[in-house]
Every structure is written in structure tokens, then in C-alpha cells.
Design a protein around this ligand. Structure first.
Ligand SMILES: C[S@@+](CC[C@H](N)C(=O)[O-])C[C@H]1O[C@@H](n2cnc3c(N)ncnc32)[C@H](O)[C@@H]1O
Length: 479
């Protein structure tokens, strides 16, 4: 008698259809949202995690694994695509996107984690059965068995061209960046192979969560005590605390009450350098012309309050202006939040003593924070920002009084968004009159930071400074 004949009469046979484990199912849902709806992983994942925790049976370790699977799969997508292309007998663009997402999730478990290979394959095939069906699960199984034949280094030897033959393509595959991004970052950084490799590797690391204790509102000691031991002081900013074990910043009272916030040290340094730039004459009116969502505005507001200065925080997008208002709520000194287009300002010329314009940009300096961003950006995006960046800088220079200081900042190191924009505006190139202004050497305003180059502007780097790749130019209006 075989097993089949022993089944109780009347109960229909159902092939085994195991439930995939909840962690992988959640990771797959996040990858689909990023792929299908252009969602941002750092927004979609927390909401999926909250939902899973609400339903129960999903603990902190599950959340950590799901986060690692989603972020790692997205960051390493370029490398995994090269590996998968070698294991699939048709072009990857002919493979359905949901199947590719499952394959990439499996490849990450096999090549980028310590999950044992048999567990990585079987858990991913279970997921495939549930979300793709039996036929495609067999395909997933066959492909992942091929992927499992080598470790990551073994695959890189096979799929990346030798560095000597094609350095940019080699780095693109090994460090999982689009080739044009490798090229752009290398141009901006300069130097040889070691530096660019360190930068690309830093982009693939999960950044520490850094907090800012807004001066006069919270102290770093308070944050360290509340965070419970797993912290380090900031590398450069006296107001920074690093949560070395991650942790949940929203659980801290100071963060919930807006007295502290989550803020990369690079962003803190931009606000501090503007506040500390030498100034003759009055120092009473400060402007943040591109304030949303409000991180730098909140630090500037606290610094301005200590000096008896007032801050005007302006933002074009109404929903982002609301976020600015939230981040400034409770600021101890005078401030106002307005919704305004910074290129057609609602304020008088020469009304301010210090002005920040942290302009919209390609974000190539913050790739470690947004794992999918590098695959979404296109080379033409970089040039597309330039007219707006020039317009905002010109308006900022008109808004500041003679002798006052403007800080121009980007979270991109691309010269077309940084030095070229500033030079164009100072020289009256690219469609606008020259505004009389001179450079201020920004380097002494970032004390202790190594490798700041020849100045007068400053470019920060993740691999050198542990910050996002923020750019800062400081200018003084001269006429
Ligand atoms: C890089 S973000 C600023 C980040 C902000 N300084 C912070 O630290 O939270 C640039 C901001 O400029 C805003 N923006 C874009 N075009 C603008 C314009 N014409 N005038 C004013 N703000 C603008 C964007 O909506 C975005 O919120």
C-alpha cells in the first residue's frame, strides 16, 4: 500500500505548499514595493516591520534580519545581477521582475550573509513556491544551486573584468555601483585605486545612526545616558552622539520632544561652520532657504537662539515646510517657517546676516543611506539640477547683507553640483548677473578634520570622515 492510498477518503490531495518564513516574505514585499512602486526602502521597510510586529510573532532579531536582507539585496544588486546573468540562460531583462527579486534575495543570502547555503536555498525556494508558484520555484531552485557553487570572491573572479583591462567596470561589479557613478565619484575624489575602492566600500556599509543634541535643549550626556551604553561621542561635532548598535532613536524622550534629532555629522558640520564663520557687524537675522525637512534648520535655530538671533526657515514644498515647523517646534529663540520659492524670495534683499542654501541635488554623497538610490539616478539628473542650484545660490547672495555670509551645501560631491555652480554664480556665467562675493576658507571652521584639501571649499567623504559626502562653500557678500 502506498502513502497515497492511505489518505482518508474524501480529503482532496493538496501538494505541499509551505508557508515561507515571515522574514523572507516581508523582505520580498519590501523589494517588490521598491521595484514596482518606486518606494524608498527606508520608508517602506519600517512600515512593513511595524505591521508585522503589530500582528505578533515578529521579534527584534527578525526585524534585524529582514532589514539586512532588504538593504543588502538592494545595495549589492549590481554584483548579484552580474552573478545571476551568468547562471540564467537568457538575458536578465527577460526574467520577470518578481522572479528576479526572489533570485536576488537568494543570491544575497548565499553570497552576502552567513546563512548556511542549504538553508538559504530552501528558504528562498519555499518563498518562491508561495509567491511565484511551483513552476517558477523550480527555476529559482536550479538557478540558486548554480549560484551556490562559488562564494562571493569566486564569483567576482569570474564575472568582473580584470582591473587592468577595465578599471571602472571592475569596480562597478565588485562594489555594486553603476559604472557612471563609479566614474563620477572617482572624478570628484581624484587619486588612485585605493581611495575610490575605500569610498565605494563605505557606500556599501550601513551607516551608524548619529544623533544631534540641539544646543540649549539637550546635552550629549543626556543622550548617552538615555541610549544606555551603546554609544560613542561624535567624531567631529561636539553635539553628536553615535548609536553604535543602531537602536531606536524614536524611543528617546529628547528625540520625541524635538530637543535632539537624527542627523549625520556632515550636516551638523555645515550648520556649525555657517554659525561660526567670522562676521563683522550685526548678527541678528539668519535664513535657511531650503529648509525641508528641517534637520539643519533645527540646529541653526538652536545656535541662533544662543546668540539672540532669529531664524527664518523657508521651504518650497508645503508638506516639507510642515516637517520644518515640526522640527523647529519648541526652539528656544525666535523663528518663523514659511513656504516660499527660494528663487523668487518673499523677503527683502540684504535682509539677513547669515544664509544657508542646502540645495536639492543628485544625492550621490548619501548613497549609503538610500540603498536603491544609485540604481534610480541617471547621469543626466546631475546636470538637470544645475539651473535651480545656481538660482538658489544667486538668491541667497542677494538675501544676505554686504559683509554677511552664505553657505552653499549639497549632499553630492559631483563638481557639476558643487564648485562649478559656485564659480558660475560668482562669475556671472550660465544666465545670471555676477553677484559680488568672495570665498571664505571653510577649512578652519571644521577644526580637526583631516584631508580637507586645498580649500577654500570643503568636501567631506564617508571613507575619510565617516560622514555623508557633504560639500560646503562659504561666501561673503562684498558689494
Ligand atoms: C537637500 S534638501 C534640504 C535639507 C535640509 N536643509 C535639512 O537639513 O533637513 C533641499 C530642499 O530644498 C527644497 N527646494 C527645492 N526647490 C526649492 C526652491 N525653489 N525653493 C526653496 N526650496 C526648494 C526641497 O523641497 C528640499 O526640501
Amino acid at each position: 500500500m502506498n502513502d497515497r492510498s492511505r489518505r482518508p477518503q474524501g480529503k482532496p490531495y493538496r501538494p505541499r505548499r509551505p508557508r515561507p518564513d515571515a522574514v523572507r516574505e516581508l523582505a520580498y514585499d519590501a523589494l517588490r514595493a521598491v521595484d514596482e512602486r518606486d518606494a524608498y526602502a527606508n520608508l517602506v521597510l519600517p512600515s512593513l516591520l511595524r505591521e508585522a510586529e503589530r500582528k505578533g510573532g515578529f521579534d527584534r532579531r527578525d526585524a534585524a534580519l529582514a532589514t539586512e536582507l532588504v538593504y543588502g539585496t538592494l545595495r549589492r544588486q549590481g554584483t548579484y545581477d552580474a552573478v545571476l546573468a551568468a547562471c540564467v540562460d537568457r538575458p536578465l531583462r527577460e526574467v520577470d521582475p518578481p522572479v528576479l527579486d526572489v533570485l536576488a534575495l537568494g543570491a544575497h543570502q548565499l553570497l552576502g550573509t552567513r546563512i548556511p547555503p542549504h538553508a538559504a536555498v530552501s528558504a528562498t525556494v519555499d518563498l518562491a513556491r508561495a509567491v511565484l508558484g511551483e513552476g517558477r520555484a523550480k527555476f529559482v531552485n536550479a538557478v540558486l544551486r548554480k549560484v551556490a557553487a562559488h562564494d562571493l570572491d569566486g564569483w567576482l573572479d569570474r564575472v568582473a573584468p580584470p582591473y587592468d583591462e577595465d578599471p571602472e567596470e571592475h569596480l562597478a561589479v565588485v562594489h555594486s555601483h553603476p559604472r557612471w557613478v563609479v566614474s563620477a565619484l572617482w572624478d570628484a575624489l581624484g587619486g588612485g585605486r585605493a581611495g575610490i575602492e575605500e569610498l565605494l566600500a563605505a557606500d556599501n556599509e550601513r551607516p551608524e545612526v548619529t544623533l544631534v543634541a540641539r544646543p540649549g535643549r539637550a546635552t550629549t550626556e543626556e543622550l548617552v545616558a538615555a541610549a544606555g551604553g551603546e554609544t560613542l561621542p561624535g567624531r567631529w561635532s561636539p553635539y553628536a552622539v553615535r548609536l553604535t548598535e543602531g537602536g531606536d532613536p524614536a524611543a528617546l524622550d529628547a528625540v520625541r520632544e524635538g530637543r535632539a534629532g537624527v542627523q549625520d555629522e556632515g550636516s551638523q558640520l555645515v550648520a556649525l561652520a555657517l554659525a561660526d564663520a567670522p562676521l563683522d557687524g550685526p548678527d541678528a537675522r539668519w535664513l535657511d532657504g531650503c529648509a525641508g525637512p528641517g534637520g539643519k534648520a533645527a540646529l541653526l535655530g538652536a545656535l541662533a537662539a544662543r546668540r539672540g538671533a532669529a531664524l527664518l526657515a523657508s521651504e518650497k514644498q508645503p508638506h516639507r515646510a510642515r516637517l520644518v515647523a515640526r522640527s523647529l517646534a519648541g526652539n528656544p529663540g525666535p523663528y518663523q517657517v514659511v513656504t516660499a520659492d527660494g528663487t523668487r524670495p518673499a523677503w527683502r534683499a540684504e535682509a539677513f546676516d547669515r544664509v544657508l542654501v542646502d540645495v536639492p541635488c543628485s544625492g550621490l554623497g548619501a548613497l549609503r543611506r538610500r540603498p536603491e538610490a544609485r540604481w534610480r539616478r541617471r547621469p543626466e539628473d546631475v546636470a538637470a539640477f544645475a539651473p535651480l542650484q545656481r538660482g538658489l545660490l544667486r538668491s541667497a547672495l542677494r538675501a544676505v547683507r554686504v559683509g554677511g555670509v552664505v553657505a552653499y551645501a549639497t549632499c553630492s560631491p559631483h563638481p557639476a553640483e558643487t564648485r562649478v555652480v559656485v564659480d558660475d554664480v560668482l562669475r556671472g556665467r550660465a544666465g545670471g548677473p555676477a553677484v559680488p562675493a568672495e570665498w571664505i576658507d571653510a577649512r578652519p571652521l571644521l577644526p580637526g578634520l583631516p584631508g580637507l584639501g586645498d580649500g577654500p571649499d570643503v568636501q567631506l567623504w564617508p571613507h575619510r570622515h565617516g560622514t555623508d559626502a557633504m560639500y560646503l562653500a562659504l561666501l561673503r557678500r562684498t558689494g
